[in-house]
Design a protein around this ligand. Structure first.
Ligand code: ZN
Ligand code: ZN
Length: 140
């Protein structure tokens, strides 16, 4: 999916001041939508163009993007969170063999919230994780 919006525009829209670091990290997520990145992977990709980019800065920016509602933070078994773009609601499929996360369209989730929400609770968001083996891993 191609977004007409720029990283700069999205930051402003979500009340974040535009800094080179925020812009570069968000742009990377926009360019490769559907990927879910560890902070270390983000760093490896951006270091050639931003040699001064510190690990701590990347974590800080990613957390700011999560708080602003632009990004999602996904837990992993080794406690290294993965970060992905979240401009539209979606669910995930995680491959138990290679550990990759894939976005899954959110269709049908509304029905589940009606059935599974606890009494008197108002459900704002549903996160479903499907587990299995991805296409590549089934082939090998
Ligand atoms: Zn796989
Ligand atoms: Zn995702």
């Amino acid at each position: 999916m191609v977004h007409a919006v720029s990283a700069e525009g999205l930051l402003r829209e979500h009340g974040l001041r535009v800094t080179p670091q925020r812009q570069a990290i968000l742009q990377l997520l926009l360019d490769e939508e559907g990927h879910h990145w560890s902070a270390e992977q983000v760093r490896a990709r951006l270091l050639p163009t931003m040699p001064g980019l510190a690990r701590g800065t990347i974590y800080k920016v990613l957390e700011e993007l999560v708080r602003a509602g632009l990004c999602e933070e996904l837990p992993t078994p080794d406690n290294l969170a993965l970060y992905g773009l979240r401009l539209t609601p979606h669910h995930h499929f995680v491959c138990t063999s290679c550990g990759r996360w894939f976005d899954v369209e959110a269709q049908g989730a509304e029905t589940l919230t009606m059935v599974l929400g606890p009494a008197d609770a108002r459900v704002d968001d549903v996160a479903i994780v499907f587990r299995g083996r991805c296409h590549d891993c089934q082939a090998s």
